[in-house]
Design a protein around this ligand. Structure first.
Ligand code: FAD
Length: 323
């Protein structure tokens, strides 16, 4: 089923989540443990992130370093296939422009089609950590919209090789990212919104937002999208703050603001447990208001931590979905 079809069902679950593949060398069991803990809340779908290569330096002799590229979290496609098989749930692999030629992207989409994946989230991806600035491959896509267009072409049976005849069409439902507080590289919110509209006009069927901690940011974003003629579902992304260090890390990594009241409640907490509770109470209140005001579903960024998401789901949806 596509995400659009799921969201169109009147009684669909209001809970969805994003998982990270385990670090290379670790077992898929950690993913199964997360799913086992969260399945009682009946997730509508599960996203699986994609992580591009990073540079590492290995000592190969006295004073001699060798630069190597490694992918620390491979396995996105395999996890999607395994979860669908084991839990009978719709999975959404993230596909990114970074690190891929258009040919490699086409081949990856063919793999996804063959394993029965019906949904993708099309993203540009971030810069390699040590590079600072996103650089597309010479024969790769510079922006997410170009990736959306490639998937749309494949959905029409248009492959890169113009000589292919009678080729099979795929049937992917495409999601894209949106930023209530603006993408950090966009010169202003209006320009960012213009590019979001281009992605939707090119064929994206829904938007998942970057995490935010002030619901007013989400409601204003939805309003601005509607005024700009963007009428697809806009799924809010939520992340429970769980440590005091995240007061610095989240704004730095995700370019989001933390409201003063949340910061104060974390600063006033005396123990790690109280910090976690302050973050979960905040996220619970966000989730309740979002659902009250008609958000299509909640989308939780688990970031490898099950318990905070499970506890918030229990508080917000417990009686609905576990009964
Ligand atoms: P784009 O839509 O391409 O936008 C990038 C920037 O360029 C924006 O500032 C936009 O305003 C501007 N822009 C867009 N199109 C054009 C154009 N044609 N010409 C000029 N300017 C343009 N990253 C990963 O590496 N792996 C993941 O799994 C992953 N999952 C994510 C999931 C969600 C829900 C979100 C919100 C983000 C995720 N990211 C992930 C991070 C994402 O890759 C980064 O935020 C990246 O910097 C931008 O991706 P995008 O798809 O929004 O890019």
């Amino acid at each position: 089923m596509t995400i659009t079809e799921i969201l169109n069902q009147p009684e669909h679950s209001r809970f969805s989540l994003e998982l990270l593949p385990p670090l290379k060398g670790q077992h898929i069991d950690s993913i199964y443990r997360t799913m086992d803990a969260l399945m009682p809340f009946d997730p509508a779908f599960v996203d699986v992130t994609y992580h591009r290569e990073e540079y590492v330096y290995r000592e190969v002799g006295p004073g001699l370093l060798q630069k190597r590229t490694v992918r620390k979290r491979p396995g996105t496609v395999g996890i999607c296939a395994a979860l669908t098989n084991r839990y009978n749930i719709e999975t959404v692999p993230h596909i990114i422009c970074g690190g891929f030629s258009v040919e490699e992207t086409e081949n990856a989409l063919i793999d996804l089609d063959f394993v029965g994946v019906r949904n993708v989230l099309a993203l540009r991806g971030d810069a390699i950590r040590s590079e600072g600035r996103f650089k597309p491959e010479p024969d790769g896509h510079p922006y997410a919209i170009d990736l959306v267009k490639q998937v749309v072409d494949l959905n029409k049976g248009i492959y890169l090789d113009p000589d292919l005849r009678n080729s099979t069409s795929t049937d992917f439902c495409i999601g894209v990212a949106g930023y209530p507080e603006k993408h950090f590289q966009a010169p202003n919110p209006a320009s960012d919104l213009r590019w979001l509209k281009e992605k939707v006009d090119a064929g994206a069927s829904y938007v998942i937002t970057q995490m935010f901690f002030d619901n007013a940011q989400y409601f204003q974003f939805v309003e601005r999208c509607r005024e700009a003629d963007i009428h697809v579902p806009i799924i809010p992304g939520l992340k429970p703050l769980t440590t005091a260090a995240q007061l610095q890390v989240l704004p730095q990594v995700f370019h989001v603001d933390l409201p003063e009241a949340l910061v104060k409640s974390v600063e006033d907490a005396k123990t790690k447990e109280q910090v976690k509770e302050a973050g979960m109470a905040w996220c619970t209140a966000q989730a309740e208001e979002l659902l009250d005001k008609g958000a299509p579903t909640l989308h939780f960024y688990t970031m490898g931590k099950i318990e905070p998401t499970a506890e918030i789901a229990r508080r917000v949806l417990g009686t609905v979905n576990t009964g």
